[in-house]
Design a protein around this ligand. Structure first.
Ligand SMILES: [Cu+2]
Length: 369
């Protein structure tokens, strides 16, 4: 009776273990598909490491099968048998020839792999040849800012690049709101375009990316950078060079100023002065209207906000409803409502009417409208 119960609970445990293994395997394999698949390179800087990973994985698989095979063979062949007299099998400890063989073989394998690996690392670090586009990437808590020095364009979360053109990212990190001196380390990773590279406060790091075909390539911060780290995504929009030129032209034009007396004009006024001792949006954001230099704020550039599809670390669709929710309570939209420090954009206690006017103004910040 008791044995029965024990057998049943053992079998239940086995079922549970099997289920857990299947679920874990499914979870692990799930990361091999979809938009962030590092095994599906979409440009030369992702292709090169991929071309290295595949042969190394094959070598590792062969080593695994050989070693495990030998272990299984030995376990079965030399298992304890009923008629064993209990004496030890022949001991091979101190077999010099064997030890040299199993030290030299792995050393040779590693040395062979090291050659293309080290070569590849240097190739990935070097500035690419030819016509290179430079984009500065600044990691903030918790969003990526992109600056195009050749065109004096600022944008956030979404980086536009031309296809078939090497793009050199010059990256750093800062935290202007909490601690301008320090910031935290982030990592920029768009798996289909390149490997990961850290963004380090006070230093410049480099990463080359390039896309063969137009499309959207999803990335995210790959270095834990605080509570909202999981809400720090990014997108690379690769477009045909002609479309990219048009994008540059649109982004380089000043924002449209709403006509006097309109609802949008009311929003623009609130943007510059909210009254009641509240911080103005313009203290942290920039809507460049053509006068003076384009100056980045501590928050994302809003000059052509609506030319983007997502906002707030590329985690929300950029539409009227989400914008309104954002202005009402930014922390709640980034799951930071429990953290004293927040995300850096305060809840400005906007009234319904202020919200309507500000949203109307934000919605007209669109170069294509
Ligand atoms: Cu980060």
């Amino acid at each position: 009776m008791r044995d029965n119960r024990r057998a049943r609970s053992a079998s239940r445990r086995r079922t549970r273990t099997t289920t857990a293994i299947v679920l874990l395997a499914a979870l692990a394999l799930a990361s091999c598909t979809g938009e962030q698949n590092a095994l599906d390179p979409a440009g030369p800087f992702a292709q090169a490491p991929h071309d290295l990973i595949i042969p190394v994985a094959i070598i590792a698989a062969v080593v695994f099968v050989v070693v495990q095979g030998l272990i299984i063979y030995s376990v079965v062949k030399f298992r304890t048998r009923k008629d064993d007299d209990g004496s030890l099998p022949v001991q091979t400890h101190g077999n010099t020839r064997l030890e040299i063989v199993w030290t030299v073989i792995p050393a040779v394998i590693l040395a062979v792999i090291a050659v293309p690996t080290v070569q590849g690392i240097f190739e990935q670090m070097d500035e690419p040849d030819g016509d290179v586009l430079t984009v500065e990437v600044i990691g903030h808590r918790w969003w990526f800012e992109f600056y195009y020095p050749d065109f004096d364009i600022y944008t956030a979360n979404e980086m536009a690049i031309p296809t078939d053109t090497p793009v050199r990212l010059e990256m750093t990190a800062t935290d202007p709101i909490r601690d301008p001196e320090q910031g935290v380390v982030h990592s920029f990773w768009v798996p289909r375009l390149a490997g990961k590279q850290d963004l380090i406060p006070g230093q410049t790091t480099f990463l080359n990316i390039q896309a063969d075909a137009p499309g959207r390539y999803i990335g995210q911060c790959a270095e834990y950078c605080g509570l909202s780290h999981a809400n720090m995504r990014a997108r690379v929009e690769a477009m045909e060079p002609g479309d990219f030129d048009a994008w540059v032209d649109a982004q380089a034009t000043p924002a449209e100023v709403p006509e006097d007396g309109t609802f949008e004009a009311q929003g623009r006024e609130l943007y510059h002065d909210l009254g009641d001792g509240r911080q103005a949006c313009a203290q942290c954001h920039q809507v460049w209207e053509g006068d003076g230099d384009r100056q980045p704020g501590t928050g994302p550039d809003l000059t052509h906000l609506m030319s983007r599809e997502e906002f707030a670390g590329a985690i929300h669709d950029l539409d009227e409803e989400n914008l309104r929710a954002w202005l009402e309570d930014p922390d709640a939209m980034k799951a930071m409502q429990y953290e004293e420090i927040g995300i850096g954009m305060p809840n400005l206690d906007l009234s319904e009417e202020e919200l309507d006017a500000l949203v109307a103004y934000m919605l007209m910040l669109d170069p294509d409208a």
